[in-house]
Design a binder for this molecule. Structure first.
Ligand SMILES: Cc1cc2nc3c(=O)[nH]c(=O)nc-3n(C[C@H](O)[C@H](O)[C@H](O)COP(=O)(O)OP(=O)(O)OC[C@H]3O[C@@H](n4cnc5c(N)ncnc54)[C@H](O)[C@@H]3O)c2cc1C
Length: 337
């Protein structure tokens, strides 16, 4: 099976799920990594160290910033001339977009968010979540090349082999595009939710601490946001001690407590950490849709009947403003921080 793996990166920092895709490709035979961008030497180096036998490198200043048009045309031109059987991607916002565009160019199809891929001769069987991950379906992929995006943390990450190298083949970049990037703000900082092994999330409950006195001069909405920010500070401290990422419910992001990039759930990020701590989150079905692959859920909520306790392995009925800092202190001691 001739497999290409697209290495997704932002400004030269690769998404770790790309290495999981390389690991899968290696288990199927030889793995060719695709690296697009400019100043991407480190990405190329890491691709070899995580198992790529060859790197096809499209390096051009026009590819410095991701744009669906240039990336999709570069990929489809490559795939048309080299005819891979399979192209794997980590599932990210970028790859969801440009894999679909490339599939249209290639008159093929794309299966997103796969959690398992089995290859039997010519046939490729893909498992993916449906109905907000309540069910998993198996689909037989047809079409060549088959494009599949893989859910982060669903496949094992290979060991990094320091110093391993391979063949770099330079390929043409397709640089015609109708749009240009003039600038952007990077909203996500710290540990990325997609790759986090531990996530501590806050919900509407983070604004509910009647004993906090907001600074004078704030209106009701501003005072609520200020209170929530104190709550998220505690959530962030716990996440930081555990080396994890900060998540949030939609109610929290809609209320302006924290940016949308932190939202977990059906219309936010689907995450698969080993540990998910939900503080002041009720456990609405749309939130649970984003955490079904979490290995362990711990819930902290004042309301013993909150639905989040139904999916939690451990639950604490209590005030998050007491419990979260107590957990932070306990983990600090335990981890010697
Ligand atoms: C189409 C659609 C898509 C959606 N997508 C998403 C999504 O992607 N992600 C998402 O999260 N939601 C999503 N929602 C919204 C979802 O239905 C809920 O409204 C939302 O998840 C509720 O957020 P919450 O749990 O923070 O707030 P609430 O439901 O208000 O819960 C707050 C919780 O905090 C507890 N609490 C209050 N004070 C404290 C305290 N001091 N200590 C401890 N606990 C406390 C309360 O007991 C309560 O359980 C979507 C809704 C729709 C219709």
């Amino acid at each position: 099976m001739k497999t290409f793996v697209y290495i997704d990166h932002f400004k030269g920092e690769a998404q770790p799920a790309s290495w999981e895709a390389l690991g899968l490709a290696k288990s199927l035979g030889a793995a060719t990594a695709l690296v697009f961008g400019s100043n991407v030497d480190e990405v190329v180096k890491a691709a070899f160290e995580y198992g790529a036998d060859e790197v096809l490198l499209a390096e051009d200043s026009a590819l410095l910033d991701y744009r669906a048009e240039t990336y999709a045309s570069t990929l489809s031109a490559l795939a048309s001339s080299l005819s891979p059987d399979l192209i794997l991607f980590p599932t990210t916002t970028r790859t969801r977009e440009f894999a679909a565009m490339a599939a249209v160019d290639l008159n093929s199809n794309v299966i997103t968010d796969a959690t398992a891929v089995e290859v039997n001769g010519e046939s490729i069987l893909v498992t993916r979540p449906i109905y907000e991950a309540k069910l998993f379906e198996k689909v037989t992929a047809s079409g060549k090349p088959q494009l599949i995006t893989l859910r982060g943390r669903a496949f094992p990450k290979p060991e990094q082999q320091e110093g391993k190298t391979g063949t770099i083949t330079k390929v043409d970049a397709k640089t015609d595009a109708l749009t240009s990037v003039e600038g952007y703000n990077v909203a996500e900082v710290g540990v990325s939710l997609n790759d986090a092994g531990i996530i501590v999330s806050g919900g509407r409950g983070v604004s509910n601490n009647p004993s906090l006195q907001p600074p004078a001069g704030l209106d009701d909405k501003q005072a609520e946001i200020w209170k929530a920010q104190q709550g998220f500070k505690l959530v962030g401290e716990l996440a930081s001690v555990l080396g994890g990422a900060v998540g949030a419910s939609r109610a929290a992001v809609d209320a302006g407590y924290i940016p949308y990039s932190n939202q977990v759930g059906q219309t936010g990020k689907v995450v698969a950490p080993d540990l998910y701590i939900a503080a002041g989150i009720s456990g609405a079905i749309q939130h649970l849709a984003g955490i079904r692959s979490a290995k362990m859920v711990v819930a902290i909520n004042k309301d013993a009947d909150a639905p989040i306790f139904k999916v939690a392995r451990y639950g604490v009925v209590g005030d998050l403003f007491v419990i979260v800092p107590a957990l932070t202190e306990a983990f600090k001691k335990k981890l010697g921080k």
